[in-house]
Structures are given as structure tokens and as C-alpha cells.
Write a protein that binds this ligand. Structure first.
Ligand SMILES: Cc1ncc(COP(=O)(O)O)c(C=O)c1O
Length: 440
């Protein structure tokens, strides 16, 4: 492979050992303490050959044990029917309780601060119902640019629901140049500038398009100082980067569990509500029977008053979708086994190595828009390939390298430390170099 430009992150991590030879990648794999976890997944394959799966930022692959977990629940359904809700072992009635402690560890929370329920967009609506309380001058919502469409639609429709005009009530902060990173100082300046007009801040932890990781602690602090409520969409952050939601005093967060958490397509999402709110059962919310105290939930018409649990699970609405939830247990067990710190350490190395291998291979105008500083990104590298991203994506697919294409000219590649190898980075970079050359 040709020697190319050297982004600093890889130099910092690998020092003088860094080499473009495939053998170097193999050496890294040989000394990788997490390498064995790859065998705990059924990785997508074509004609019996594993694909190089770099799309875990869209949909994580199937943990083998999750297949069995679903089969077990199907079997319970077949043999127990309705009694499956209460019959030991592992009654469905308590299914979500199994996930709370491991999930809390992934996001840096207490178990009573998290719940598993609904889809991400639904949960963002529920969070805004509780936490967006416009009053007086304080009505505006600060969001990011580029913003995931669903988040923007949530914000716009909530504003309209309150009779407000999104054009004036939304405050957007984004990069100075299209595709560049957002400066946290600009978010702070926007908060200071708009002061008592900002009711709520809703930002992505890791931006879906650029892969930039925001300094969530810094933003949470700035929002609090300005008197605004702060919430994060952690779709691309959960299971990807270390989070300390409790310590950072984030008010709320929501995420999907089908990306880095590997919980399965459309897996129920997660919410975090800081304990200072979660334990306040008088806090306004849109309620349902599953958020009621489980001890009295089945008293039904005998106890008609809503008595929400004094934790984040008090925001649940409906009975849990058992078959959709079953994969989550084994998926989270892999995080317990690996630990977020070790996963992050490997993730930094995988991503920096891929970045280093790709540098100089992206052709005219081609660039990696994800910040070069490892502390400002998660696993994902976003490549901007003007006029040829779609073709490069197509060639990579044919070569067995699975990333994803985002209009107009972005290609996203996300190495995941639970199942990707360093040699796959080498092969993916090689395939990208060839695909770019053919598309140019
Ligand atoms: C950043 C972000 N927000 C929101 C969503 C919407 O998620 P859901 O379809 O689970 O509501 C996604 C989905 O990929 C996302 O990446």
C-alpha cells in the first residue's frame, strides 16, 4: 500500500510502529484483548464470506445469543400464552428491569434514571412534553445544524403544538463552513446571546452526518447557567463513546438501541431522565398504564388514579414488546463483558488507523469531515466525496465493504470495536482507494 499523509491521531496512538503494511494490522489484531468478541456475532455475509461491516452506526449486527433469546421468548409464548407475563423464570412483567443496570452503565447513569421503551422519535416527543415548558420570554429551542430530520420535526411540531412559529422560535447553531465541525464556543455564545429566551437545548451527542462528538458536559453546564433545560439525542453516541449523563447533570436524553448497542432493527429505544426529575412523580408527562407503579398497575378500575413510578420507567406508556426487547439482554451483556473504557480505547485505535490509511486516497476534493481530534469524534468517519460518493459506495458494497451513503456526497464508515478488526480497516481502506480511483 502507498504511504500517505499522516493524521496526528494515529501517530499519537501507534508511534513509530505505524506502518501501511497489512502485517501491521494483523499484529494489532493478534494483541487485541477484545478480538474474541467478534465470534459472538453473526456478521452479515455474502455467499458464506463475512462482509466488512462498517454500518454499525446504522444497524448493529446480530449477537448470536440474541437469536437464542428471541427463540426462548417465542417458546414461552407458545407454551405459556398469557401466563408468560408472570410465570418464573424471567416473567415478561419485569422484562425491562433486566436491562436497566447494564444500560445505565453504558450511558453513565443510575438504573432508576433509564428506561427502555418506544422508538427514539416517540421518546423525544415524550421528553419534550415534560421538559419543554415555554413561558414568558423563555420559549425558544436551540438545535444543531445539520440536524437529523426527525429531531427537527419533533421540535417544529412541538412549537406549533404550543402555537409558536418555528421560524422564530428555533435557534440553530452549526459549523461556519458546510460540513466542518461545530465549535462548542458558538453554542455557548448562542446561549449567552439569547439568554432568557432559550427554554430548551436539544443536540445530538455525536452528529449523524459529520460524526462529531460534542463536549456534552460543557454544553450541559452552559445550558444550565443560562437557565435552559438540556437534552441530548444520543442515537450515535450510546455504546459508541463514554457518557456520564448523571454526573454531567444532563436533564434528559433519548437514543435508539439498534445502532452501536446492537439491539436489533427497530429495537425499543432508551431514555435517561436525571434523578432530580425522574423521582418527582408530580412532574408533568404524557402517561400510560405501564408508567404506573407496578404494584397497583393491575388494580385497574379499582385504583383509577395515575400513580407514576418514581423513576424514569414512570414515563413508560404501553406494555413492552417482548420479542423486540429480547435481543437487548445479550447485546448489553457484551458491553458488560468488554466495558465501555476498553471499547473506547479500541475504538480510538481502529478509527485513527482507518483515518490514517485513508488519508491521501480520497481523490480531488475528497476529505474526511469528521474532526481529526480523537476526543471530538466517536467511531464514525464521514467522507465527503464530491460528485462520486454514491458510486464509491456502490463499488464498496460490491467489494463487500458495507458503509452507508448520505446525500449529497457523504460516505459514512463506522468501525465498531465489538466486532471489527484492524485487518478489516486495512482491507476497507484498500477497497476505498480503488473505488475512488475508478469513480474519479
Ligand atoms: C440522530 C437520530 N435521531 C433520530 C433518529 C430516528 O430514530 P427512530 O426512527 O428510532 O425514531 C435517528 C435514526 O437513525 C437518528 O440517527
Amino acid at each position: 500500500m502507498e504511504v500517505r499523509l499522516t493524521p496526528d491521531a494515529a501517530q499519537d496512538l501507534f508511534g513509530s510502529a505505524l506502518s501501511p503494511d497489512r502485517g501491521f494490522a494483523q499484529t494489532l489484531d493478534a494483541s487485541d484483548a477484545l478480538a474474541g468478541l467478534r465470534d459472538r456475532f453473526e456478521l452479515p455475509c455474502r455467499e458464506g464470506v463475512d462482509l466488512i461491516y462498517l454500518a454499525g452506526n446504522s444497524l448493529g449486527p446480530l449477537p448470536t445469543e440474541s437469536r437464542h433469546a428471541v427463540e426462548r421468548e417465542v417458546q414461552r409464548w407458545a407454551s405459556l400464552g398469557v401466563d408468560g407475563w408472570f410465570e418464573n423464570p424471567l416473567p415478561w412483567y419485569e422484562i425491562d428491569e433486566r436491562f436497566l443496570a447494564p444500560l445505565a452503565r453504558v450511558v453513565g447513569a443510575e438504573p432508576r434514571e433509564v428506561a427502555v421503551m418506544n422508538g427514539l422519535t416517540v421518546n423525544l416527543h415524550l421528553m419534550l412534553a415534560s421538559f419543554y415548558r415555554p413561558s414568558g420570554r423563555r420559549r425558544r429551542i436551540l438545535i444543531e445544524r445539520p440536524c437529523f430530520p426527525s429531531d427537527r420535526f419533533v421540535v417544529e411540531t412541538h412549537l406549533r403544538w404550543h402555537g409558536l412559529d418555528p421560524a422564530s422560535a428555533i435557534l440553530e447553531v452549526g459549523p461556519h463552513d458546510d460540513g466542518g465541525p461545530t465549535d462548542e464556543a458558538d453554542i455557548e455564545a448562542a446561549l449567552e446571546g439569547a439568554g432568557d429566551e432559550i427554554a430548551l437545548v436539544l443536540l445530538g451527542g455525536v452528529n449523524f452526518l459529520t460524526g462529531q462528538l460534542l463536549d456534552l458536559h460543557r454544553i450541559a453546564t452552559a445550558a444550565r447557567e443560562c437557565g435552559a433545560v438540556v437534552g441530548f439525542d444520543l442515537a450515535h453516541a450510546t455504546g459508541n463513546v463514554p457518557l456520564r449523563l448523571h454526573d454531567w447533570e444532563v436533564d434528559f436524553a433519548a437514543w435508539c438501541n439498534y445502532k452501536y448497542v446492537n439491539g436489533g432493527p427497530g429495537a425499543p429505544g432508551g431514555i435517561f431522565i436525571h434523578e432530580r426529575h425522574a423521582t418527582d412523580s408530580r412532574l408533568g408527562r404524557l402517561g400510560g398504564w405501564w408508567g404506573n407503579d407496578p404494584a397497583t398497575r393491575f388494580r385497574m378500575q379499582l385504583d383509577p388514579d395515575f400513580a407514576p413510578r418514581a423513576d424514569a420507567a414512570g414515563w413508560q406508556l404501553s406494555c413492552p414488546p417482548i420479542l423486540a426487547m429480547a435481543p437487548l439482554g445479550p447485546a448489553l451483556a457484551l458491553f458488560e463483558e468488554a466495558g465501555m473504557d476498553r471499547l473506547r480505547a479500541k475504538s480510538l485505535r481502529l478509527t485513527a488507523y482507518l483515518e490514517w490509511l485513508l488519508a491521501g486516497s480520497l481523490g480531488e476534493g475528497g476529505e474526511i469531515v469528521t474532526p481529526r481530534d480523537s476526543e471530538r469524534r466517536g467511531a464514525q468517519l464521514s467522507l465527503r466525496l464530491p460528485g462520486r460518493a454514491r458510486r464509491v459506495h456502490g463499488s464498496l458494497q460490491r467489494a463487500g465493504v458495507i458503509g452507508d451513503y448520505r446525500q449529497p456526497d457523504f460516505l459514512r464508515l463506522a468501525p465498531a470495536p465489538l466486532f471489527n478488526t484492524f485487518e478489516e480497516m486495512w482491507r476497507a481502506a484498500e477497497a476505498t482507494r480503488i473505488a475512488v480511483r475508478e469513480a474519479s
